[in-house]
Ligand binder design. Structure first.
Ligand code: MN
Length: 429
């Protein structure tokens, strides 16, 4: 089925600023609460939130086979489970309804009142109920940098890394939508020089991880696998993702089993899921792989995406400083390889599962995706526009991540993924 929604020549009758992340070619999916306290599934064009539940009730999707309440929900899980054909039909239909050449909705003032809201009048929620969340470790530059800093510069990349997309199972309960503040976490860290007792208290090395994540649909039954050629069918879309990390807690706890409390205290995602369909024009060559991957991981065709990424830090009441510019295309392991690998043992993937890319670090020092790497574990503090400097993230700093694709015709973006760090709660022990 053709993705007619992507036509770069389309314009909407809704006003869209030139540099908007959300032109009519984007049509992402999210969940929001209106001023009247109604929760609904929606999309966004420019700075307008569009209530898909109301549109459906008014009969605008009548030629698409959808259950009556598919959009009157507090998560996209059921809609995503309907599969790629439905996603395409709905995106194409929305594009037609809001196209500048369309009559119908645009001429129905009473319908527009029920369907269209200003973004400042709605409150974004998590787009999906994430059942399972997996985080990969798929940037070669990041894995090399972290291996150098945490373990051994001579053998920074462990021998398995070039053969398998390394990952771990994260925790979904602490995934939060952009704008939700986070608390500086407490934890144990390595004993000070000459001591046998670990230190304990608020993390002193709080960090961000610049990542993207993909959201899956129901894919395989337990015991079956997703062949790599089909993997794309099961990816609904992507969000921007800040995998907050406490480096001191992580450094003490991570051996032998891997990340735990240094990671699971908060994970921030952008609230609009940009579909893989919308990203279609931005496919790019896959990174060259050092070893020939095993057959189940062998990729055919362009499975990487050219998505420009940026991270800024804004101290309270001060100007923001951009600390990194990276790109999703630097990922060594592509999403389809990750999904094929994840299910090769028969592990079943469900609608609304979230797979983090791992920190996306580029080849240059200003393209690293964490403060650990940018400041080289604090050795090279980053100068800030307000005259201060940062090795890691301070209390009351807001970390702002942005992602967008563009070509000479269209810009597709993700909106911001932000989170402010609040001081640790005071505890007696
Ligand atoms: Mn991570």
């Amino acid at each position: 089925m053709k993705i007619t929604a992507n036509n770069p020549n389309r314009k909407s009758w809704l006003e869209v600023a030139d540099n908007s992340d959300f032109p009519i070619q984007n049509i992402p999916f999210g969940v929001f609460i209106t001023k009247d306290d109604i929760i609904t599934i929606g999309t966004r064009i420019g700075d307008f939130a569009i209530d898909l539940g109301a549109l459906h009730q008014l009969g605008y999707f009548k030629d698409i086979p959808l259950t009556d309440d598919i959009f009157l929900q507090d998560s996209l899980n059921d809609f995503i489970a309907d599969g790629r054909k439905t996603w395409r039909l709905v995106r194409n239909k929305i594009a037609d309804l809001f196209d500048v050449t369309a009559n119908g909705l645009r001429d129905q003032a009473d319908h527009k009142d029920k369907v269209i809201f200003r973004m400042e009048d709605v409150e974004m929620q998590l787009p999906v109920t994430v059942g399972d969340y997996t985080d990969f470790y798929a940037s070669k530059e990041h894995a090399t940098n972290v291996g150098t800093l945490f373990r051994d510069p001579e053998n920074a990349l462990l021998p398995n890394w070039l053969h398998i997309p390394i990952g771990y199972h994260g925790r979904s309960s602490s995934i939060i939508p952009s704008g939700t503040p986070i608390r500086r976490p407490y934890g144990q860290s390595r004993p000070a020089e000459g001591s046998n007792t670990p230190t304990f208290g608020p993390s002193r090395l709080l960090d961000f991880e610049l990542e993207m994540a993909f959201i899956t649909t129901d894919s395989n039954h337990l015991g079956e696998r997703i062949p790599i050629e089909e993997a794309e069918e099961y990816i609904f879309g992507m969000v921007l993702f800040n995998d907050w990390s406490a480096r001191d807690i992580q450094g003490w706890e991570y051996q032998p089993l891997g990340p735990f409390l240094g990671k699971n205290f908060a994970s921030t995602i952008s609230p609009w899921i940009v579909t893989l369909d919308a990203l279609e024009p931005f496919r790019t060559d896959n990174p060259e792989q050092v070893n020939e991957p095993l057959p189940y991981l062998k990729v055919d065709g362009q499975k990487s995406y050219d998505i420009k990424l940026q991270v800024g830090i804004q101290p309270e009441g001060k100007e923001e400083t951009v600390v990194a510019n990276s790109n999703f295309k630097y990922m060594y392991w592509t999403m389809v390889q990750q999904l094929a690998h994840h299910t090769v043992n028969g592990c079943n993937v469900r609608s609304g599962d979230m797979m983090g890319s791992g920190t996306i670090s580029g080849p240059t020092k200003d393209s690293y995706g964490s403060m650990l790497e940018l400041s080289w574990r604090g050795q090279n503090p980053i100068p800030m526009n307000d005259g201060s400097e940062r090795k890691f993230i301070n209390d009351n700093d807001t970390v702002i991540m942005r992602a967008h694709c563009d070509n000479d015709k269209v810009r597709i973006g993700f909106g911001d993924c932000t989170g402010k760090v609040l001081p640790a709660i005071e505890f007696k022990k």
